[in-house]
Design a protein around this ligand. Structure first.
Ligand SMILES: Cc1cc2nc3c(=O)[nH]c(=O)nc-3n(C[C@H](O)[C@H](O)[C@H](O)COP(=O)(O)OP(=O)(O)OC[C@H]3O[C@@H](n4cnc5c(N)ncnc54)[C@H](O)[C@@H]3O)c2cc1C
Length: 233
């Protein structure tokens, strides 16, 4: 039986209609590296269920943090109705997602709750005092009702990161980029995209679209770090 840690829900916050940002108390003896994931076990109306979720917090943060999009699954229903203080269990961490070691800033492509492990990595990069040359993050969101971690990501210019939020269905007041992340959009912000290592995280369909985009921009597979939130349907 894999190691399981007993812990509890610490804080639950809605972001828009269908995204939850959940803090979970860091269990004693639990440690992880930025960008890793863990499994969260919840008791649901269909028995115990488990999902893999990425750390959005950095290893030095007090609590663990996740961002997840709700669905009608028993697991997500249980999460949406969980109470602060409720007992839950998590697995040991897994995964090897990391930021490239080069000084050439990464081209980060993410969308929706795919931003979670990116936030973890960037918090750690800031904590370690890293400074990138021209790192650019394209962050695709469905609408601008609530953009998880927007303000703190936009504040990361101190580590040499520019954040371009690309909103598919913005309200009238939105002044940022609209639509989807396309090769043309990336080229407008990044002169020689092929000179940058790429980091891609998110739901399978989004990751697939970004891989095709990277093909088009001439970023070869060895220069890509990819975290796909599940198998391609
Ligand atoms: C490395 C990695 C990191 C991820 N990080 C995040 C994240 O940060 N945030 C996030 O929202 N999602 C993340 N996911 C995806 C997450 O694990 C879920 O697949 C996703 O949130 C959809 O879950 P659902 O319950 O809404 O959907 P569902 O469609 O009900 O389930 C999605 C998947 O869960 C599996 N599943 C269904 N029922 C069960 C069950 N009873 N027991 C076990 N597995 C079952 C199925 O194989 C299905 O493919 C990550 C996935 C991976 C692989």
């Amino acid at each position: 039986m894999p190691t399981r840690f007993k812990t509890r829900m610490e804080h639950i916050e809605w972001c828009g209609d269908d995204v939850l940002i959940v803090s979970i108390a860091k269990p004693k003896g639990y440690s992880f590296r930025a960008g890793q994931w863990f499994r969260l076990y919840l008791s649901t109306d269909q028995g115990e269920q488990v999902r893999t979720l990425s750390h959005a917090a950095g290893p030095g943060d007090r609590d663990l943090l996740i961002a997840t999009r709700l669905s009608d699954s028993a697991f997500k229903r249980a999460l949406a109705t969980a109470a602060v203080g409720e007992a839950v269990e998590i697995s040991a961490p897994g995964g090897r997602l990391s930021l490239p070691d080069s000084t050439a800033g990464p081209l980060i492509l993410t969308g929706g709750v795919g931003v979670a492990p990116v936030r973890s990595l960037l918090r750690q990069a800031r904590f370690e005092g890293r400074r990138f040359e021209d790192a650019v993050m394209f962050y695709g969101v469905r609408d601008d009702a609530c953009i998880p971690f927007q303000r703190e990501l936009e504040d990361l210019s101190q580590i040499g990161l520019r954040v371009i939020i690309v909103c598919e269905h913005p309200g009238e007041a939105w002044s940022g980029e609209r639509g989807l992340i396309t090769p043309e959009l990336v080229s407008r912000y990044v002169g020689d995209a092929a000179a940058h290592p790429a980091v891609v995280t998110g739901p399978p369909a989004m990751v697939r679209a970004m891989e095709l985009l990277l093909d088009e921009l001439g970023i070869d597979e060895e220069s890509r770090t990819v975290e796909r939130f599940g198998a391609l349907a």
